[in-house]
Design a protein around this ligand. Structure first.
Ligand code: 13P
Ligand code: SF4
Length: 307
C-alpha cells in the first residue's frame, strides 16, 4: 500500500493530476485525495483546480458532471461501473413524458442524474442548496422535481412550495436508515445531536435535529459544542468526522447504510487509470452544451444555512 501511494503521488506530479473524493469513499481513498467533499464542493473544485487530469473518486454522475463543467480537462473515473442506482431510476424518455403533461414546467434535477437528464432540465440542485434553488423559481411556475422523492418531499416541506415529485430514491438512505434506528439510538445516547441526510425518508428527518448535506454535517460538527452525534447517512462519512474531531463521539444511525457503488474504487484502480489514462468520461457536445446550462444556473444559488 505504501508503494502504491508513493507511486500515485509521483504520477500526479508528473501528469499535473489531482484526486478528488466524495465523503463516502473508503478511508484510504479519502486519505490520499487532494480534496474531499460533498457533491456541490466537488463540482466547484473541478473548476477551481489548475489540473490537466482529474481522477474523480465517486460515482458516475459525479465524474460526468465534472466533465460537463470542464470540457478541456481529462476526467477519469477509476471504476466505470460505480453507478448511482437513484440516478438510474429515471431516463430521458420518462422525463419527456412527465414534462409533456405540463405547460412550460421548470424541471429541478438533483445532481444525482445522468448528463442526458440534466440536458432536459432547467436547473440542478444538490442536497446543500435544494431549498434555495426551489425558492429561486418564480411562484407562478409548476415544478417537476427529479429523481429523489425524499429530498423533494423535504424541500417541499421546508419551502412550502408544492411540486411534482418523481418516485426515485437512494436505496442506501431510504431502505437502511429507518425511524426505529434513530429512536433506539436516541434512547441509548440522549445527549447526542441527530444529523441526517435529506435523502432519508421524511419520517426519519422528522426525528432528527438537522437534515443536511454531508459537508454541512462536517462543518456543523466541528463548530458544535456538542460532544456526541448520531449520523444518518452513508457510513463513509464517519472516517472524516472522527479524523477531524477526535474528541467527539459518532454513532452511525445504521451500520447497514453503505453505498456499494461508492466502495468500488480502490487505490489499485486509481493507480491503474492514472498510469494508462483510461476510463476517461466522454459526453457528446450536443448533450454537454445542454447539460451545462442547468448546472451553471445552480452555481448562482447559495447553499442553505446550516443553522
Ligand atoms: P452530498 O454529498 O451532496 O450530501 O450527496 C450525497 C450523495 O448521496 C451523493 O451521492
Ligand atoms: Fe446514489 Fe445513494 Fe450511493 Fe449517493 S449513496 S451514490 S444517492 S446510491
Amino acid at each position: 500500500m505504501k508503494e502504491t501511494i508513493q507511486e500515485l503521488h509521483e504520477l500526479k506530479r508528473k501528469k499535473n493530476a489531482i484526486i478528488l473524493a466524495h465523503i463516502y469513499q473508503l478511508p484510504e481513498i479519502q486519505d490520499i485525495a487532494d480534496f474531499v467533499g460533498d457533491s456541490l464542493d466537488l463540482s466547484k473544485k473541478t473548476q477551481q483546480v489548475d489540473a490537466d487530469i482529474i481522477v474523480f473518486c465517486g460515482v458516475h454522475f459525479m465524474a460526468e458532471t465534472a466533465s460537463i463543467l470542464n470540457p478541456n480537462k481529462k476526467i477519469i473515473l477509476p471504476e466505470l461501473n460505480a453507478m448511482c442506482p437513484m440516478a438510474n431510476m429515471i431516463n430521458a424518455q420518462k422525463l419527456k413524458t412527465i414534462k409533456s403533461k405540463y405547460t412550460n414546467p421548470i424541471v429541478v434535477s438533483y445532481i444525482n442524474t445522468s448528463a442526458d437528464i440534466k440536458a432536459e432540465s432547467n436547473i440542478c440542485c444538490t442536497s446543500s442548496n435544494a431549498i434555495n434553488v426551489v425558492k429561486s423559481i418564480p411562484k407562478n411556475k409548476e415544478i417537476i422535481f427529479i429523481p429523489d422523492r425524499n429530498l423533494g418531499a423535504y424541500v417541499q416541506k421546508m419551502s412550502g412550495i408544492k411540486m411534482y415529485l418523481y418516485d426515485g430514491f437512494c436505496p442506501t438512505h431510504n431502505n437502511f436508515i429507518l425511524p426505529n434506528h434513530i429512536l433506539k439510538l436516541k434512547k441509548q445516547y440522549p445527549l447526542a445531536k441527530v444529523l441526517v441526510h435529506p435523502e432519508c425518508r421524511l419520517e426519519v428527518i422528522s426525528l432528527a435535529d438537522k437534515a443536511m448535506s454531508t459537508s454541512q454535517m462536517c462543518q456543523y460538527v466541528s463548530l458544535s459544542k456538542h460532544k456526541e452525534f448520531i449520523i444518518g447517512t452513508e457510513t463513509g462519512i464517519l472516517h472524516r468526522l472522527q479524523k477531524e474531531n477526535p474528541q467527539k463521539k459518532f454513532y452511525a444511525a445504521s451500520t447497514l447504510a453503505t453505498c456499494p457503488n461508492m466502495k468500488k474504487i480502490t487505490l489499485e484502480k486509481i493507480l491503474s487509470v492514472l498510469i494508462n489514462e483510461t476510463n476517461v468520461i466522454k459526453i457528446s457536445k450536443t448533450i454537454r452544451n445542454k447539460a451545462y446550462l442547468p448546472l451553471a444556473k445552480m452555481t448562482e444559488i447559495m447553499p442553505c444555512n446550516i443553522y
